[in-house]
Design a protein around this ligand. Structure first.
Ligand code: HH2
Length: 270
């Protein structure tokens, strides 16, 4: 499923009223499908549909509401032949989305729902497992690690084995940039991405418009606003590509794809 000469590009489709950078924009089904079409035209290889924001402080969404948000969109995208990932931590939502045509599950809790691994295995779905310290409501309050890279790697390898033992054939791992991490933790994980790439699992990176970029580029104590984080996003994605990441999760698909293509051409030249 993944290209060999460049990272795959996962376009973000948040069917939520409260996502940190595009909340409310694609909350109705027609707007969501229209945005998906644009992202495919701009070069997305797959689309990640989410119905629950994971931004710091976000309130949880109940199952029925999450299903109501994502299912019609998953169905519409899959029926057009596009590759769909469901961004959920609920096995029940994953199961319904896989039945509606999704082919992978992006679980930011790496299977805290004890039925998630079996759900992916039964459907023959790929699982993307992400590291998060704590939970979205409180994760940014005081994230603490002794050695962030070693701890994140050990956690991801352990979770990947659990999913493989349950029968999941393809597992991707993701250090979870911004999920229970300070700016320094995020930078350290990016600096040492090779440590994750070396595990042999495809590595997915989600840096798009994230707050560490705002903090790095802001001035006078203020964070750079979300709509001004494109250059910082592309820089971090380029770093991840050169470090060997196989999937980039992005809001700004056209810009991300153009960056990917230039880097891939350089990497391929003799
Ligand atoms: N980041 C977000 C959501 N899901 N999944 C993975 N695997 N990796 C990530 O880094 C990741 C993710 C947060 O971004 P976004 O979806 O734009 O925001 P929100 O959670 O507020 O909807």
């Amino acid at each position: 499923m993944l290209p060999n000469d460049r990272p795959a590009l996962m376009g973000i489709l948040n069917v939520t009223p409260d996502s940190f950078s595009d909340g409310g924009l694609f909350f109705d089904d027609r707007a969501a499908v229209g945005h998906a079409e644009t992202m495919i035209a701009e070069g997305a290889d797959l689309l990640d549909v989410g119905g629950e924001s994971t931004r710091p402080g976000a309130p949880p969404v109940v199952e029925q509401e999450e299903l109501r948000r994502v299912l019609p969109v998953v169905q519409a995208l899959a029926s057009r032949g596009w590759v769909v990932s469901i961004d959920t931590s609920k096995a029940s939502v994953a199961r319904a989305a896989l039945a509606a045509g999704a082919s992978m599950v992006n679980d930011v809790t790496a299977g805290r729902d004890p039925e998630m691994a079996a759900t992916c295995a039964e459907a023959g779905a790929t699982a993307c497992l992400m590291h998060m310290q704590g939970e979205p409501r409180t994760m940014q309050q005081d994230p603490t690690y002794t050695d962030v890279v070693t701890e994140v790697r050990a956690f991801l390898v352990e979770r990947a084995r659990v999913f493989e033992d349950a029968g999941v054939a393809e597992v991707w791992i993701d250090p979870g940039i911004g999920f229970g991490k300070t700016v320094a933790h995020n930078l350290c994980l990016l600096r040492h991405l090779a440590t994750l790439v070396e595990t042999g699992y495809p590595v997915l990176i989600g840096v798009s418009r994230k707050s560490f970029i705002g903090r790095l580029l802001g001035s006078g104590g203020a964070s750079l606003p979300v709509e001004e984080r494109l250059e910082g996003t592309l820089a971090a994605q380029a770093w991840a590509q050169v470090a060997g990441c196989r999937v980039l999760r992005a809001h700004d698909v056209r810009e991300a794809r153009r960056t990917i293509e230039v880097l891939a051409a350089i990497a391929k030249s003799e």
